[in-house]
Every structure is written in structure tokens, then in C-alpha cells.
Design a protein around this ligand. Structure first.
Ligand SMILES: [Zn+2]
Length: 114
């Protein structure tokens, strides 16, 4: 399950950032997950909660914001956004040449530390 290694990475980054700024406790980790990143938010939450107990993030809440898949079509030049987790062609003109603008990210957007 690759959510486990992602949760591990998130936790390590959060703990590092927290210590670097001289704080000792993490209250909240806010992240953005693109719908096309292939990460299941529920699985990530589960993995995060299972792993955090022995760390300074033991009481931390993982706040997940899902980012829809969005892009621009190179053929009809229109922007699009979809709730799907993948896209084979432009929803407007069925062209297969398009550029993904967002939906693949996995970033920590905010850390609440004390
Ligand atoms: Zn198009």
C-alpha cells in the first residue's frame, strides 16, 4: 500500500519542519492531494493515524483538501476540470492533446505547531 510510505514521508517532513523552527508539537498538518495523484485520502488518513503515535505529531490532525483534475486543451484551447481521477481526452472536443494544470499534486500546505 503506497499510502503508508506517503504518510511516512509527510510525517517525517512535518516533524523536521517543526523541529527546525524550534517547536515541539504538531497540532495539524494540512495537505493538498490531487485527484489524479493516485492517493486515496481515507487510506492516507488511516496510515497517518497509525504512524503518528510515537512522534511529536501524536495528537496531530491530518487535514486533506482534494484538488480536482484540471487542464487546458491544446486543440480547442478551452480549460476543463473534472471529478474523474484520470482523463483520456478533452471533455470539450475529445482531443487527446491536453496539458494537466493541477490534480497531481501532493503538498503540505500548512503546519500548525506549538
Ligand atoms: Zn479540446
Amino acid at each position: 500500500m503506497h499510502e503508508v510510505s506517503i504518510a511516512e514521508g509527510l510525517l517525517a517532513t512535518a516533524v523536521n519542519e517543526c523541529k527546525k523552527s524550534g517547536y515541539g508539537r504538531i497540532e495539524k498538518v494540512s495537505i493538498k492531494i490531487g485527484k489524479a495523484s493516485g492517493v486515496m485520502p481515507e487510506a492516507l488518513l488511516f496510515a497517518f493515524d497509525a504512524m503518528k503515535s510515537d512522534t511529536i505529531a501524536g495528537a496531530a490532525v491530518l487535514d486533506i483538501e482534494e484538488v480536482p483534475l484540471a487542464g487546458t486543451c491544446l486543440t480547442c484551447k478551452k480549460d476543463f476540470e473534472t471529478e474523474e481521477s484520470y482523463l483520456l481526452c478533452c471533455p470539450h472536443c475529445d482531443s487527446s492533446s491536453f496539458k494537466i494544470i493541477s490534480g497531481r499534486e501532493l503538498d503540505i500546505t500548512e503546519l500548525e505547531v506549538f
